[in-house]
Ligand binder design. Structure first.
Ligand code: NAI
Ligand code: CS2
Length: 495
C-alpha cells in the first residue's frame, strides 16, 4: 500500500485518463451542507453538483456532516476533501476525482459548530442521505415517532442534537432569531414522498419545540421530493487496493458506482439551486410516478433478492442473479406484482426499464452484498413491498412473490440461517422482530405469520385482516422450512 494519499498537490500528476476537477477549488464557496455524507451522496448528488461547479456555478460547494461517526471525515479531510467516484461495469472502469466537498463536520464532536454552519446565510440547501431510519418516523404511518430516543434526547438537549431533525430545527431557530432566511431541505433517501414525509416530521418536531418557530419554518423552508437512483455498494478494501493501482496513490474515501445514475427532483427551492438539469437530472413538478416505479420495481426486487438470496447462500446481488431461477424470479416479480400495481404513463417504456434493471443487477463488477441491502428492512419494506401488496390485495391481484419475500424476511430476522448459523441482523427493530420469532415460531407458522402481520410499526393495522396474505405467507414458511429457499425458487421458477 503506497503511503501517499490523494490530495490537492498531486492532482495534476494523476494518470491522464482520470477525470480531475477542472476549476480552482479555492474559488468555490459553500452553498450546500449535506447530512449523512456516506457512499451514495458522494457518488450521486455530489457528482452531479461537481459537474455544475466545473461549469462555473462556484457558490454551490458542499460541506459534509456526519451525525454518527468521524469515519468519513477522517477519510476525506486528510485528502483535502478529494475522493474518487469509480464507475465499474462489465464494460470496464472509469475514475473521476470529485472536488466539490471541502470539509466534513462531525456532529457528536462539536454540535455547536455544526449548528452554526447550518445557520450561515450562504447555506441555501441542506440535503440528506441519513438512511430511512434517520427520519425518526413510524414507517407504517410516516408520522414522527415522539418516543424515538433521539427525539426525546434532542427536545431536552437542543444545543447538542443527535438527530438530523434536531440539527435542522435548531439551525432554523438560530436563523429566525438572527433575521436570516431559511433554506431548502432536500431528502435524497429512498422514502415514499420523501419531501412530504420530511416536511411532516420536521413540522411535528418543531411544534414540540415552539409553535411560533414551527409556523416560521413552514413559511421559510421548502422540502422538495426526489427520486434518487444509482447502485453504490459500500467500498471494500479490495476496491481501494484496485484503485490505488490505477491512481498511484491511496484514496480512503473512494466510492464505487454503476455507470447508471438518475435523479428526479421537484423544482421547489427557496433560494435557488445548481442547474442540475444541465448535467442529466430531471427537474419536474411531480416526482411521484418516478418514485413509485423505482421503489417498487428496483428496490422491491432488491429486498426480495437480498433476503432470499442471502438465505440461499449468495454473497452479492450479482451472485443471486447468476442463478437462472432467481434471475427469472426477479423479472417475473417486476412484470407481474410490481408493475401492475402502478399506473405507468403510456409514454414510459416499462419493458425497457425492467430489462435495464435486470442488467444492472447482473453487474459483476460491483460487489453489492445481499447483507447490506437486507439492512433496516423494517424501515424499507413498507415502501418497497407493502404498497404493492395493498394494491394487489385490493384488486384480487397476484401476491405469490411478495408473500415469498415476506416469508424470507421473517426467516432472516429470526437471526438464524438455514445452516443454523447466526445472522447479524442490522435493523433498528431487530430485537422486537427476533422476539416475535422466538415467541411464536414454536407455536407454528400460522401463529408466526399472524404475529408478524400484526406488528403495527411495519404493517400498520390493515394487513393482519387479510386471510389470503396470511395463508400465502404460511404456505411459503412451510415450504421454506421443508426444503429451504434455493429449492423453493428452483421448484417455482427453475426450468
Ligand atoms: P452509508 O452507510 O455510506 O451512509 C449512511 C449515512 O447515514 C452515514 O453518514 C451515517 O452516519 C448516516 N446515518 C445513519 N443512521 C443515521 C441516523 N439515524 N441519523 C442520521 N444519520 C444517520 O450508506 P449510503 O450508501 O450512503 O446510503 C445512504 C442512503 O442513501 C440509503 O439509506 C438510501 O436512503 C439512499 N440511497 C442509497 C443508494 C445506494 O445504492 N447506496 C442508492 C439510492 C439511495
Ligand atoms: C438498496 C438501495 O441498500 C439498499 O436498500 O436497495 O440502496 C439501492 O442500491 C438503491 O436504491 C439504487 O438506487
Amino acid at each position: 500500500m503506497s503511503q501517499q494519499r490523494l490530495n490537492n498537490e498531486i492532482l495534476e500528476s494523476l494518470p491522464a485518463e482520470v477525470i480531475k476537477p477542472a476549476y480552482d477549488r479555492n474559488e468555490v464557496t459553500t452553498g450546500i451542507v449535506h447530512m449523512g455524507i456516506g457512499a451514495f451522496h458522494r457518488a450521486h448528488q455530489a457528482w452531479y453538483t461537481e459537474n455544475r461547479i466545473a461549469a462555473g456555478e462556484k457558490d454551490w460547494g458542499i460541506v459534509g456532516a456526519s451525525l454518527r461517526s468521524a469515519g468519513v471525515r477522517d477519510q476525506l479531510v486528510p485528502q483535502n476533501g478529494l475522493y474518487s467516484v469509480v464507475e465499474k461495469s462489465n464494460a470496464g472502469t472509469k475514475v473521476q476525482i470529485i472536488g466539490a466537498v471541502s470539509d466534513v463536520f462531525v456532529g457528536p464532536e462539536s454540535p455547536q459548530q455544526l449548528l452554526e454552519l447550518l445557520a450561515q446565510e450562504s447555506v441555501r440547501i441542506v440535503s440528506l442521505t441519513i438512511t430511512e431510519k434517520g427520519y425518526c418516523h413510524d414507517p407504517a404511518s410516516g408520522n414522527l415517532n415522539p418516543q424515538h430516543p433521539d427525539v426525546v434526547h434532542d427536545l431536552a438537549n437542543p444545543q447538542s442534537p443527535k438527530s438530523a431533525l434536531g440539527y435542522i430545527v435548531g439551525a432554523l431557530a438560530l436563523r429566525k432569531e438572527r433575521g436570516l432566511p431559511g433554506f431548502t431541505v432536500l431528502s435524497c433517501d429512498n422514502l415514499p414522498s420523501n419531501g412530504k414525509l420530511l416536511g411532516k416530521v420536521l413540522s411535528q418536531y418543531a411544534a414540540q419545540v415552539d409553535g411560533e418557530l414551527a409556523a416560521w419554518i413552514a413559511e421559510n423552508t421548502t422540502t422538495p421530493a426526489t427520486m434518487v437512483d444509482r447502485i453504490v455498494p459500500a467500498t471494500t478494501d479490495a476496491d481501494r487496493e484496485e484503485l490505488e493501482a490505477i491512481l498511484g496513490c491511496r484514496d480512503e474515501a473512494a466510492v464505487m458506482a454503476e455507470p447508471f445514475a438518475q435523479w428526479v427532483v421537484e423544482d421547489n427551492f427557496l433560494r435557488g439551486r445548481p442547474a442540475w438539469e444541465k448535467v442529466g437530472a430531471m427537474l419536474v413538478d411531480d416526482v411521484e410516478v418516478y418514485e413509485l416505479i423505482k421503489l417498487r420495481l428496483l428496490n422491491g426486487s432488491h429486498s426480495m433478492l437480498a433476503y432470499s438470496g442471502y438465505l440461499a447462500g449468495c454473497e452479492t446481488v450479482a451472485d443471486v442473479m447468476a442463478v437462472p431461477a432467481f434471475n427469472k424470479l426477479a423479472l417475473h416479480f417486476m412484470k407481474t406484482e410490481a408493475t401492475t400495481s402502478i399506473d405507468v404513463p403510456a409514454d414510459f417504456d416499462i419493458a425497457a426499464y425492467q430489462a435495464e434493471l435486470i442488467e444492472r443487477f447482473e453487474n459483476r463488477a460491483l460487489r453489492h452484498r445481499t447483507w447490506q441491502i437486507a439492512m433496516d428492512g423494517s424501515q424499507k419494506i413498507p415502501q418497497r413491498w407493502l404498497g404493492t401488496l395493498r394494491h394487489q390485495l385490493g384488486h384480487d391481484g397476484p401476491i405469490e412473490v411478495l408473500s415469498f419475500a415476506l416469508a424470507n424476511w421473517i426467516r432472516y430476522v429470526s437471526a438464524v440461517d438455514e445452516k443454523g448459523e447466526t445472522i447479524e441482523v442490522s435493523d433498528p427493530l431487530a430485537a422486537e422482530l427476533k422476539a416475535i420469532c422466538d415467541q411464536f415460531k414454536p407455536q407454528g407458522n400460522d401463529a408466526l405469520a399472524a404475529s408478524f402481520l400484526a406488528f403495527t410499526p411495519v404493517f400498520g393495522n390493515d394487513l393482519k385482516q387479510s386471510v389470503a396474505l396470511q395463508q400465502a405467507v404460511v404456505n411459503w414458511l412451510n415450504k421454506l422450512d421443508a426444503q429451504g429457499t434455493l429449492a423453493c425458487v428452483e421448484e417455482a421458477f427453475g426450468d
